[in-house]
Design a protein around this ligand. Structure first.
Ligand SMILES: Cc1cc2nc3c(=O)[nH]c(=O)nc-3n(C[C@H](O)[C@H](O)[C@H](O)COP(=O)(O)OP(=O)(O)OC[C@H]3O[C@@H](n4cnc5c(N)ncnc54)[C@H](O)[C@@H]3O)c2cc1C
Length: 655
């Protein structure tokens, strides 16, 4: 068997989840040759695990009446705690309705409006909602956290599964070349131009230099740096972000923005969807008290995830958690929804509770605890999805910082992002691949092949009694959950950075027990480990530097959002041969909706201290200085200035 080879393609897509596949479809539909790499067969990508639904402002049901993209924009920017790029948020909300309808066309079995009387629980009270006959069969919505309207379209509680199977069928129909069980180890690049990646077969160990005119990273989130304290699949290593980082040129954006989901099943960490609370589920403490009613009288259990997670951790830290052999937790109570509702609209939750906790949620309360869930940060890209600082490299989906989520993603906005961004970025990728020539020699490919081979050989050759990689991995996870979790503070973060740097150092003399060069999970994990630790150090460093609280980033020592100093996005680059990232900052983007109160959580913040006109004036120049490449349309061309005014009411106080 050959141990190395060369392959060329117009477009290389690294990642076979929803974002990668939707992007690949767009390029293939333009007649380009596309190759997808995936760690697993695409249908097993993490997108398959998404449960609760996908947001799109269709306004099809009574509780969604009057909904439109302006409401969705308002909710998304408020949800982000003003950390989002508002132009991207605007593009997203305008495109989401089309994305959801397109998916229906691809065969997604959306849950539909059932006319007549429907039973629900809203703010703890049973209500009967009568849906109109003329809406029968339209896409139904459920309530989700941080939204003004019922907007989340869903397929029971298996939305990601339904969408991924439909999209993957399109990929097969288009004849796109998929290399599954194949991992990108490094990008091939030179002088700020990306020319593909080095791929390693996880079955044989063979290395292939895939030379591509355009390369897309769509490798999802990095939840596994939190070890077992995550809802993410075991393949979520963040290796796409790590290989972009390794170029030293491409920055990662807002890595300190890490989302915790309120309801991870305890102790396994498997997600129990927000749809449960959307459908009327209650959070209870050890006294079986609905603490969210008092803490957030307006939104109650349906405040945004960062806010609910903090209230839950407060309960636990104040001794109000229920005890278990694995530590304290809270309860999610769905019993009042009834078995029929659970089996029809939250079917997968019933399965998960049965299979992973041995309980029936129609009969028993579900033990839950906030758990790491989503990566708002990622490869920083312009609005076309093109990475800062490197032509020919794009990113989409959870691996990217596009950045419509800012410091807190709303539930249902990620599935929608994968499809909307997949389509828009796919279009830019196709335009780029048509316009530019694949113009590089094999010498460059050989250089990167040699470097990957040398790295593998070094891991396999090392002997002695150095540390095991799994011990280092666990240490990293414990540091992250204990010091870089929901509540953060300066001294803990400083310690975290230093301890993570020790972990990075330990990788240099860690020893593998399995020495096979081919199918060898220990070797594969070893090849990912340093990249994961660099991401972890970057999260902790960004969090330490950001002396404010915004969305999911909460500093006990700096509890207020500080728009005067921190209405900006962190950019991190990893220079060669260092143990810490270089941080810089850029404005969050053009601002249309002025910073204010989100409608839940703290109603105090530190004001911007200048006019929006002044802020907006310098955005383009400052972002260009940070490596932003020009987009197809000029910055600001997709804004709908002031459109949100037709729906907004702003409350709260500033300092
Ligand atoms: C349990 C759970 C439930 C969720 N529910 C919802 C929901 O209801 N609504 C919502 O909006 N969001 C939800 N989310 C979030 C949402 O599912 C994800 O953010 C989204 O699906 C990510 O899609 P993606 O295409 O970016 O990445 P993924 O689906 O994670 O795909 C990543 C792909 O990259 C491949 N890959 C990774 N590294 C490499 C590499 N180095 N080389 C080659 N291939 C690689 C993988 O094999 C995979 O194919 C949920 C998340 C979780 C954890």
């Amino acid at each position: 068997m050959k141990s190395r080879s060369l392959h060329t393609t117009d477009v290389l897509v690294i990642g076979g989840g929803l974002a990668g596949e939707r992007c690949a479809m767009e390029a293939a539909a333009e007649g380009l040759e596309v190759t997808i790499l995936s760690l697993v067969p695409p249908r097993r990508s993490h997108s398959c695990a998404a449960q609760g639904g996908m947001q799109a402002a269709l306004g099809n049901c009574v509780k969604g009446e009057g909904d439109n993209p302006d409401w969705h924009f308002l909710d998304t920017v408020r949800g982000s705690d003003w950390g989002a790029d508002q132009e991207v948020a605007r593009m997203f909300v305008d495109e989401a309705p089309r994305a959801v309808r397109e998916l229906a066309h691809f065969g997604v079995p959306w849950t539909r409006v059932r006319p007549g009387n429907n039973d629900y629980f809203v703010k703890g009270e049973p209500v009967v909602i009568r849906e109109a006959e003329e809406n029968a069969g339209l896409l139904m919505h459920r309530d989700f956290g941080g939204t003004a309207k019922w907007r989340t379209c869903y397929a029971s509680a298996g939305t990601g599964h339904a969408i991924l199977y439909a999209i993957d069928s399109e990929v097969i129909r288009l004849g796109i070349d998929v290399w599954d069980r194949c991992e990108a180890l490094a990008l091939i690049h030179e002088n700020g131009r990306c020319w593909g990646a080095i791929a390693r077969s996880l079955r044989t160990g063979e290395l292939t230099a895939v030379l591509a005119n355009a390369t897309v990273i769509a490798t999802g989130g990095y939840g596994r740096i939190y070890g077992k304290y995550t809802t993410n699949a075991t393949i979520n290593y963040g290796s796409g972000a790590a290989i972009a980082f390794e170029t030293g040129v491409v920055p990662l954006g807002n890595m300190e923005a890490v989302q915790f989901h309120p309801t991870g099943l305890w102790p396994s960490g498997i997600l129990v969807t927000e749809g449960c609370r959307g459908d009327g589920g209650h959070l209870l403490n050890r006294e079986l008290e609905r603490f969210m009613v008092q803490r957030e009288p307006e939104k109650q259990e349906l405040a945004s995830r960062d806010v609910v997670s903090r209230h839950m951790m407060d309960q636990i830290q104040n001794g109000n958690g229920a005890e278990s052999g694995y530590g304290p937790h809270l309860w999610l109570d769905l019993r009042h929804l009834g078995a029929e509702h659970l089996h029809q609209k939250l079917r997968e939750v019933v399965d998960i509770c049965r299979d992973f906790a041995g309980i029936d949620p129609a009969q028993s309360m579900i033990p839950v605890r906030p758990t790491q869930h989503y990566s708002m940060g990622g490869i920083r890209v312009n609005k076309d999805g093109q990475a800062y600082g490197m032509a020919g490299l794009f990113a989409a989906g959870e691996a990217a910082c596009w950045d419509m989520h800012g410091f807190n993603r709303l539930g249902g906005n990620s599935l929608a992002e994968t499809i909307v961004a997949g389509r828009l970025v796919g279009r830019s990728v196709a335009a780029f691949a048509r316009r530019e020539k694949l113009d590089t020699g094999t010498a460059l490919a050989r250089r990167f092949l040699d470097a990957c081979e040398a790295d593998i050989a070094a891991w396999l050759a090392r002997t002695g009694d150095g540390p095991r990689i799994y011990a280092i991995q666990s240490r990293m996870a414990e540091i992250m959950i204990n010091k870089v979790g929901i509540f953060r503070n300066g001294p803990d973060l400083e310690q975290a950075v230093s301890e993570l740097q020790d972990c990075l150092h330990d990788c240099g003399h860690a020893v593998l027990h399995s020495k096979g060069p081919g199918m060898n999970p220990e070797l594969s994990d070893a090849l990912r480990l340093q990249g994961m630790i660099r991401l972890a150090i970057t999260i902790a460093s960004g969090a330490l530097a950001r002396t404010e609280s915004r969305g999911a980033h909460f500093r006990r020592d700096f509890p207020l959002r500080d728009d005067r100093h921190w209405l900006k996005r962190t950019l991190a680059r990893w220079p060669a041969d260092t143990t810490s990232p270089r941080l810089s900052y850029e404005p969050v983007g053009l601002i249309d909706l002025p910073p204010g109160h989100r409608g839940y959580g703290k109603a105090e913040w530190i004001e911007l201290g200048k006019s929006l006109e002044e802020y907006n004036q310098s955005v383009g120049t400052l972002q260009d200085a940070e490596g932003r490449l020009a987009s197809e349309e000029p910055q600001g061309s997709r804004m709908s200035w002031g459109a949100w005014k037709s729906v907004a009411t702003t409350t709260g106080t500033s300092k």
